[in-house]
Ligand binder design. Structure first.
Ligand code: PRP
Ligand code: URA
Length: 206
């Protein structure tokens, strides 16, 4: 399943992020706000279970989340989406996977992985602003599946058809959520028009 979350607020904030004149502070704040807006939609089908509660007036059957949510940001840039999602799902656990793309081959390289227990019983949200070749996302999904995850969502800000196809081919069971589907990759593997290097813009590096 692929869902592009076209929403005026998301598009407005993403447009500010795309501008080369937007500095680190505004870039980060817009990303954080988009993450929260996306989380609302991404969580729409989280499983719930009935629970008895007593209101001040009397008994009532309510519903509570029945599965743990585990957010897995792909380091570094995925960290920019973490707080916004956690504001909506404050009980979420957090796993980390460190991945960098070789600038020449565009192959992903894993350099760190730390996950909470019981991924097999959790909804696992892998988050990263950019879905370019899809190599990093496919490798991150491989890593959580190796540890038992079987209910996985991939949440990215900007994707391209190549990256979406790569993930759908390798992991057809994973739901993909984007804020925008851009046109293509350039010869250096950057998304066009995209927003540049997300990690560098979030953390002020270059
Ligand atoms: C960027 C981005 C993704 C990856 C996407 O990370 O945040 O993780 O590239 O590209 P792909 O779909 O072709 O794999 P980068 O490797 O630049 O690392 P960083 O987050 O540390 O900047
Ligand atoms: N990673 C980024 O940060 N930006 C792109 O356009 C592609 C990969």
């Amino acid at each position: 399943m692929l869902e592009v979350l076209n929403h005026p607020l998301i598009t407005h904030k993403l447009t500010q992020m795309r501008s080369k004149d937007t500095g680190t502070k505004d870039f980060r704040e817009n990303l954080d706000e988009i993450a929260e807006l996306m989380a609302y939609e991404v969580c729409r089908d989280l499983p719930t279970q009935p629970v008895d509660v007593e209101t001040p007036i009397g008994p009532c059957v309510g519903y509570e989340l029945s599965k743990e949510v585990v957010i897995v940001p792909i380091l570094r840039a995925g960290i920019g989406l973490l707080d916004g999602i956690r504001r909506l799902v404050p009980t979420a656990k957090v796993g980390f996977i460190g991945m960098y793309r070789d600038e020449k081959t565009l192959e992903p390289h894993e350099y760190f992985a730390k996950f909470p227990k019981d991924l097999d019983k959790s909804v696992v949200m892998i988050v990263d602003p950019m879905l370019a070749t899809g190599g990093s996302a496919v490798a991150a999904i491989d890593a959580v599946k190796k540890r038992g995850a079987n209910n996985i969502k991939l949440v990215c800000l900007v994707g391209v058809p190549e990256g979406v196809r790569a993930v759908q081919k390798a992991h057809p069971d994973v739901d993909i959520y984007l804020a925008a589907m851009d046109e293509k990759l350039n010869e250096n593997g950057y998304i066009v028009p995209g927003l540049g290097d997300a990690g560098d813009r979030i953390f002020g590096t270059k």
